[in-house]
Design a protein around this ligand. Structure first.
Ligand code: ZN
Length: 233
C-alpha cells in the first residue's frame, strides 16, 4: 500500500470503521475480521496437541480416523457460536476464511498434520448450497489451505441425497440416514492420500463418519478430521 492509499484507507475508516465480527468493536490497524481480544478469548480445545482426545474417542469403534480435532468448544452464547452464526446466516464469508486461517496456523504446530495431502469440505447437497449461496465448509478449507500450504478441492466428495434433520434420531437411525448419501467423483485422484475432512461443527459425528467411510473405501487413503467447533459430549 502506498502513502496515498494508506491515507485514504485511514480516512475511509473514519466513516466505515473496520469492525470485529465477534464483538462489533472498531479494530486496530493490522487486525482483520476478528479482533485480537476476541481471538485470545476463543474457547479453544487444543485437541490437536492431544492424542486420543475427546473427538478421536468419539469415533472409536465406528471408523478409523488418524487424527481428529476441533478448534473450539461450541458453548452456548460463546464467541465461536456467534462467529459461526455470522458466517452461516449473515453471510459474512470472510469469517469462515479467517477461522480456517487461524486454525490452520495452530494445526501447523502438530507434526501429525504435516502428511496431509488434500483438504476436503463436507459437502452440502447441491440444492441446499444453491439456496444458501455457499458452503461454509468451503470457506474454512480456503483458510486452512492458505495457512497450511495444502491444496483443497471442491466437488470430489459430493452429497447425492438430501437428508432430514438429525436431531431427533437415535444413533442407528442417524447412521442409516447418512449411510449412503456421499459419493466420490474421482477415486483415482484420492488413492494413497491423507485427507483432512473439514466441517464447521461436529455434534453426533455421523456425517463425518459417513464421509470418512466413502473415502476409506479407496485404496491407501488415511482420514483426519478438523472442525471449527465441537458439541461432542
Ligand atoms: Zn472482538
Amino acid at each position: 500500500m502506498n502513502v496515498v492509499t494508506e491515507h485514504l484507507s485511514d480516512f475511509a475508516s473514519l466513516f466505515f470503521p473496520n469492525l470485529c465480527a465477534s464483538c462489533g468493536c472498531a479494530m486496530n490497524k493490522g487486525e482483520e475480521v476478528i479482533c485480537s481480544f476476541c481471538q485470545y478469548y476463543l474457547p479453544k480445545t487444543n485437541f490437536h496437541l492431544e492424542k486420543n482426545n475427546t473427538i478421536e474417542k468419539h469415533f472409536w469403534g465406528r471408523v478409523e480416523i488418524y487424527r481428529a480435532s476441533s478448534y473450539c468448544y461450541f458453548q452456548k452464547g460463546s464467541r465461536i457460536q456467534h462467529l459461526i452464526h455470522e458466517l452461516k446466516y449473515k453471510r459474512k464469508l470472510e469469517v469462515g476464511v479467517k477461522l480456517g486461517k487461524m486454525y490452520g496456523a495452530e494445526l501447523n504446530e502438530c507434526k501429525d498434520y504435516d502428511s496431509v495431502d488434500l483438504i476436503l469440505p463436507v459437502p452440502l447437497h447441491k440444492s441446499k448450497e444453491m439456496q444458501r449461496g455457499f458452503n461454509q465448509a468451503d470457506l474454512l478449507c480456503e483458510g486452512l489451505s492458505d495457512a497450511m500450504g495444502k491444496p483443497w478441492k471442491k466437488n470430489i466428495l459430493i452429497r447425492t441425497k438430501k437428508t432430514e434433520t438429525q436431531t431427533h434420531k437415535t444413533r442407528f437411525e442417524r447412521w442409516q440416514n447418512v449411510g449412503s448419501v456421499f459419493d466420490i467423483t474421482d477415486s483415482k485422484f484420492l488413492e494413497g492420500k491423507h485427507i483432512l475432512l473439514t466441517d464447521d461443527v461436529i455434534t453426533t459425528g455421523s456425517t463425518l463418519e459417513a464421509c470418512a467411510n466413502s473415502i476409506l473405501a479407496i485404496t491407501g487413503t488415511v482420514v483426519s478430521i478438523a472442525t471449527i467447533a465441537c458439541a461432542v459430549k
